[in-house]
Design a protein around this ligand. Structure first.
Ligand code: NAD
Length: 418
């Protein structure tokens, strides 16, 4: 499927092939499981504030339709391509299956730089994208959520545009929307809270006292910042964080409330007093107990995997570790990896709760949501850890093979139409 050609898609395919070998999936079944079921590419003409018209490229990929509607985020980033989106959609499939959610994976994206656009331009772009997607999405078809560069407001515009066309309010077309529009309590925090919960479980397993641990976090957006706060609540010391502009480091621990104030005032973590500047590359190599990549794919590569110095590598981002890096890390048993499809599943789990609440028009309290989230994460954690130990395979192999085998079984049970 050359249309998806991209290093990240190759990486997702290579991971799939390794798991398919391990599960002994017949060669004739592999392409059906691997390649996305549907994808849509759209051109989006948008009126810019200076009066010009700019055309953006938008994508949506639905990986498989076997278990229910497809589910996945929408990314606004200059480097978005169809191939990257297809890889992210594939990972969503294995993630949803691992957590036992009735979804296939999906992902969408628009190649744009939201940091350089006005709110009006972003709104027009989002509404135009939604308009083009109308035959392709819906609560029983494909449900979007925030990802890099998008937020609750973008979800509100998608829901409004879709609902205007339907002629009635359809909250279930997106998750991660504002609570006042049918969003779920705890959705914004869900991914980072889940990451911190699983890091705490890993620390227990390794007999590390989390209150004595130091943590380094790459990416200080939704996922990275909530992970930092949540780890702080477990007692961990956050010694370095970064965003696209670079990082900051203080071996004694960063003052997170002061950082939050600085970020709100300046729009970036750069220039935060009481910390040294550090590059994103240096940040990944800092000695620490917990390393959390929470930004983009392919950050831990063959070039730096031999040099990272942590006990727990918690993959809050999707696809932060390349297969070449994985090979190197497999020879470093001192590093315990919580693989992405497990580590960041809290987001889609609470998105699932939001979708269920919207379909029933019946809303739950935050304690109930947190309790249900941690229960699903605990089950997934135990399943992956046990499989990894029993079969003597890596945590990544255990997580992916659990998800992939569930989709494989479901496809076998449904059979091939016609
Ligand atoms: P976000 O847009 O809120 O934050 C992204 C952060 O990463 C920002 O601080 C940005 O400045 C930084 N960043 C971007 N490029 C970078 C680079 N090259 N080096 C260092 N930092 C960089 O996005 P988010 O929602 O927090 O998503 C972060 C990651 O988590 C992504 O991989 C996403 O797919 C994954 N994820 C998000 C969710 C969710 O619920 N939002 C759920 C599961 C997984």
């Amino acid at each position: 499927m050359q249309v998806y050609e991209h290093p990240t898609f190759q990486m997702a395919c290579r991971q799939f092939d390794l798991v398919a070998d391990q599960l002994q999936i017949p060669v004739s079944e592999r392409e059906r499981l691997k390649f996305p079921k549907r994808s849509l590419t759209v051109a989006l003409p948008v009126l810019m504030d200076d009066g010009s018209t700019k055309v953006f490229s938008g994508y949506r990929v639905q990986h498989h339709l076997t278990l229910g509607p497809t589910k996945g985020g929408l990314r606004y980033h200059p480097d978005v391509t169809l191939g990257e989106v297809a890889a992210l959609a594939m990972w969503m499939s294995w993630k949803c299956a691992l957590a036992g959610l009735p979804y296939g994976g999906a992902k969408g994206g628009i190649a744009c730089d939201p940091g350089k656009m006005s709110p009006g331009e972003i709104e027009r772009l989002t509404r135009r994208f939604t308009q083009e997607m109308i035959p392709f999405i819906g609560p029983q078809v494909d449900v979007m959520a925030p990802d890099v560069g998008t937020n609750e407001q973008a979800m509100a515009w998608i829901m409004d545009t879709f609902s205007t066309h339907a002629g009635y309010t359809v909250p279930g077309v997106v998750t991660g929307k504002p609570v006042g529009l049918g969003g779920s309590l705890g959705r914004r925090e869900a991914t980072g809270r889940g990451v911190a919960y699983l890091i705490n479980r890993a620390a227990d397993t390794l007999e590390l006292d989390i209150s004595q641990c130091s943590a380094v976090i790459q990416g200080f957006g939704n996922v990275g910042s909530v992970t930092a706060y949540s780890l702080g609540r477990y007692g961990a010391r956050i010694i370095a964080v970064s965003d696209v502009s670079g990082g900051i480091y203080n071996s004694k621990g960063l003052n997170l409330p002061a950082l939050e104030t600085h970020l709100a005032r300046t729009g970036s973590i750069a220039g935060f007093p009481d910390a040294e500047p550090i590059s994103n590359e240096q940040l990944l190599l800092l000695p620490c107990d917990i390393l959390v990549p929470a930004a983009m794919e392919r950050q831990i590569t063959a070039a730096n995997a031999g040099k990272i110095q942590c006990r727990i590598l918690a993959e809050a981002a999707n696809g932060p570790t390349t297969p070449d890096a994985d090979e190197i890390l497999s020879r470093r048993p001192e590093i315990f990896i919580i693989p992405d499809v497990l580590c960041n599943a809290g987001g889609v789990i609470v998105s699932y709760f939001e979708w269920v609440q919207d379909l029933q028009s019946f809303f739950w309290g935050e304690t109930e949501i947190a309790d249900k989230l941690f229960r699903i994460l605990e089950t997934s954690w135990a399943q992956v850890l046990n499989r990894s130990r029993k079969q003597k395979i890596s945590m990544r192999m255990a997580a992916l093979s659990t998800g992939i085998s569930r989709v494989f079984e479901a496809k076998k049970q449904r059979g091939l139409f016609p």
